[in-house]
Design a protein around this ligand. Structure first.
Ligand SMILES: [Zn+2]
Length: 207
């Protein structure tokens, strides 16, 4: 039997890199976009996972761009910064539709803190997918009250691949999925890290 080699199946190394991310991808030479959503509570490692995927794409010589909401200025205006300071440069965006003005010939588009973007982020992601781009969105699935956050429910619904990450409940050690607010402030958008929030499981969050 004739041995099949990768070079027979794939046009170039870029395709191999893309297809090897998800073995369920099709084998046609047509460039197809898709949406990956990485969700979870605060302290669950969403940004670290986004950066891990983007760095792997960079190693595969794919052109990568990263956007975050201009409102998220906790650490650094010019970079997506995960909590272990494993930074990847990014572009702050005020309105979601402006992503389409910047995106140009990027192969892979990362979007961090997607819950803070306006609802047009959904149409923007759909447009990027139809342009053949791999779109990786990271965001909080629930706010501090445990309610679905911003456009994340819709993005999860249209996603091709979903990864839900968990933090560890600091009260009991079980898996945490709530970003419990420890400060007295009200309103959904209160930025901040260890001073204002801690990861809790459902039971400890209800105490
Ligand atoms: Zn707990």
């Amino acid at each position: 039997m004739k041995e099949l080699k990768n070079k027979d199946l794939f046009k170039n190394e870029k395709e191999i890199a893309l297809l090897s991310m998800f073995i369920e991808q099709n084998f046609s030479k047509e460039k197809r976009g898709w949406l990956e959503v990485v969700c979870g509570s605060m302290f669950s490692g969403k940004t670290e996972e986004l950066i891990r995927r983007l760095k792997r794409a960079q190693i595969a010589n794919l052109k990568v761009v990263i956007y975050k909401p201009a409102t998220d200025t906790r650490y650094d205006k010019e970079k997506v910064v995960s909590h272990d300071s494993n930074a990847v440069p990014s572009i702050p965006i005020d309105f979601a539709k402006n992503i389409l003005l910047h995106v140009a010939d990027a192969d892979v588009v990362g979007i961090d803190e997607a819950q803070f973007f306006d609802p047009e982020i959904i149409a923007v992601c759909e447009t990027l997918i139809m342009q053949g781009k791999r779109v990786i969105v990271a965001g909080l699935d629930m706010d501090y009250l445990g309610k679905p956050f911003g456009s994340m429910p819709q993005l999860l619904a249209i996603a091709d691949f979903i990864t839900k990450l968990h933090a560890i409940c600091v009260q009991c050690g079980h898996l945490a999925n709530v970003s419990y607010r420890t400060s007295a402030e009200e309103g959904t958008v209160v930025l901040g890290e260890k001073n204002n929030y801690e990861p809790r499981c459902r039971i400890c969050a209800a105490k």
